[in-house]
Design a protein around this ligand. Sequence first.
Ligand code: 13P
Length: 346
Amino acid sequence: MNRDELVRIANAMVAKGKGILAADESSGTIKKRFDAIGVESTEDNRRDYREMLFRSNEAMKNNISGVILFDETIRQKAKDDTPLAKIIADAGSLPGIKVDKGVKPLFGCPNETITEGLDGLGERLVEYRKLGARFAKWRAVIDIAAGTPPIPSHTAIHTNAHALARYAAICQENDIVPIVEPEVLMDGAHDIDTCAHVTEWVLKTQFQELFYQRVMLEGIVLKPNMVISGKKNAKRASPEEVAEKTVTCLKNCVPGAVAGIAFLSGGQADEEATEHLDLINKLGPLPWPVTFSYGRALQHLPQKMWSGKAENAAAAQRAFAHRARMNGLASQGQWKQDLERVEKAA
Ligand code: 13P
């Protein structure tokens, strides 16, 4: 393990004004996204779409510190034969790789899941590093639901935290910075205080497990959910309450040694995800850099504008650069609603 290299990479991932593009949709998820814009999910279309994003120089150079790739993408070459990972690196950004193998039923715990993918992980990381990856991602999924017993269970939280910590230790041993992503879903009908309670439970368990696995916190990036009402809750909390409860929760759970925090968007609307990040940073100074690692909230509009047509690429790249810039400002608490309107009118 090269400690200095891990710290250097982790710090670069959360560099000032920058955040991470999560473009690691699995084959099933990217098909869903392409279905929504009427594009067939072929290997070439997936390549063309992602090449369009990675060649968006303005966004990549100014606001995107790293890109999380799916296994297929890190092996793909652009139309001119340049590996996609090299296009990312040439723009001054870091290629990363999703290494979990998705969620499977957690036996004994109906309707809960465990993320798998630890077997052979060390060998896979050696290959991914040769292909250009400098960081990795593993996502655990914790749901919230009423019932007897209620979800999440102690078992789901502990089992997932243990797997995430094992993954993180294996990454560091292979000089790859782990993004540690224990996602509490916002899909339910729960209120914000329930989300705060579950998120605190999940994060406290997570850092205990990271300690047991001897993970070096200066060489990880935490990718949490924000503390937010469930989407189906009739009385959703205000942006100010989301920011305040998120900061309180993180300060209670995340050691200051952690290199940085990069939120997932989790199904928030594009501007909502930006506003929340901005308000969180406006409550600073915080003990860590706090930025974005968005999938949907960065790609939603560019995807729609592209719609599978090469002639739409420039407009889609402008839309991507705009969202990346807005989130870059939000990561410094410098975003303003007016900037959205001015740039839309331009
Ligand atoms: P979303 O921002 O769309 O939640 O995706 C981020 C991610 O990488 C989920 O694992």
